[in-house]
Design a protein around this ligand. Sequence first.
Ligand SMILES: CC(=O)SCCNC(=O)CCNC(=O)[C@H](O)C(C)(C)COP(=O)(O)OP(=O)(O)OC[C@H]1O[C@@H](n2cnc3c(N)ncnc32)[C@H](O)[C@@H]1OP(=O)(O)O
Length: 407
Amino acid sequence: MKEEIRLRPGSAEDFPAICDLLGTVFHEDYSGELKELEAGIFEADRSLVADDAGQVVGHTVAFTRDLTVPGAIVPAAHVSGVGVLPTHRRQRLLTRMMHRQLREIADAGREPLAVLWATETSIYPRFGYGPAASRLHLNIMNREVRLPAPPTEQSGRLRLVDPIADLADLTKVYEQLRPERVGWSNRDERWWNFVLADLKDHRDGATKRYAVVHEGPDGPTGYAVWRVKHGWTSHGPNGEVSVREVAAADPETYQALWRFLLGIDLARSVTFRLAALDEPLLHLVDEPRRLGPSLADALFIRLVDVPRALAARRYATAVDVVLDVTDPILTENTGRWRLTGGPDGASCARTDDPADLACSVTVLGSVYLGATSFAALAAAGRIRQLTGNDPTIAFGWHRQPTPTEVF
Ligand SMILES: CC(=O)SCCNC(=O)CCNC(=O)[C@H](O)C(C)(C)COP(=O)(O)OP(=O)(O)OC[C@H]1O[C@@H](n2cnc3c(N)ncnc32)[C@H](O)[C@@H]1OP(=O)(O)O
């Protein structure tokens, strides 16, 4: 009789087989540079493999990182590297791996949240992950948009740097901004290397990565990272600038960086895949239409420990609401929870009081970052509002999340 496929913790010895599996499921070559890069962030003790008689046929990993949420930085399991071999699909291996991984995260007790990027939007809501942050993909006709003229008295200047050699400047800015930027993850040296990696296979004929730092009187106030793909048509130059990341501490820096990126010579388009839904550039150029925005999903959030997660973030206004939550996987989350709090903090505890609204744990994931409203989900029939006590405003936040990296 065939043995059941068993789930077991991964180990350093499994790493080559895991890379082979990721290469097969993501249709990418996971040998060479990419394998080395993955090795730098691999957490063997948080990887989970499906083992079919000694063959790795499924995998997932949870990276140990923190995530900025409204008003706080919270430990969040960053789930990634999910795949099942084509020969083993639709046999519930993903389902088993997701259930086990969530149970392990919950039992370890470090992280009240899990977060991921999905290859297909429909995969993860069934496991309690709600789409919590969207992004804009900008495809900018750079010659068709104008920014306001720069101020005559500029306090800063731009300096071309090497993204790796001058990492200290980028890190300084990133760390200064991170507490306020919902959707940002902490980056130690390993993660900076991962994010800024410049694999030849990923360049698609473009240049290496460049970076520019905006230097103010007291040090760096922002940076941008990009590359350019050379292009030429019968009309002349047709280069494409591909922006990886822009971070700016103030409006002058933001304008200076975008003026620079949109003005790169010999380029006729600028793409930026990780713009926020309320990206300030939309309010800066004279022709926002020419930014060519299209909507895409970004972060999915899973509340692993509902009361701890709800108490960890802050709320835009005072809130006192009883939520009736359903969680078929981590059943300890199921039941009624009273959330009280506001802009200075919150607490959440079990209650027998009647509920103001009833929803799934997936819905709580969707509203957690303040980007999706309870009211919109109620209008879609995803929430049952049972009383007039509607927490939509309290759960909102003044800025949309700004996802900065796909992990
Ligand atoms: C965070 C990340 O790493 S995202 C990366 C996800 N990985 C990929 O996209 C790589 C390519 N795909 C795969 O490796 C696999 O198809 C997986 C991992 C997505 C699914 O693995 P499986 O073991 O086949 O999933 P499983 O059998 O547990 O299916 C569970 C349910 O999800 C559904 N489902 C599975 N894959 C998909 C998909 N790609 N799109 C939509 N629904 C899906 C199944 O239909 C099933 O639904 P049901 O419970 O109603 O019957």
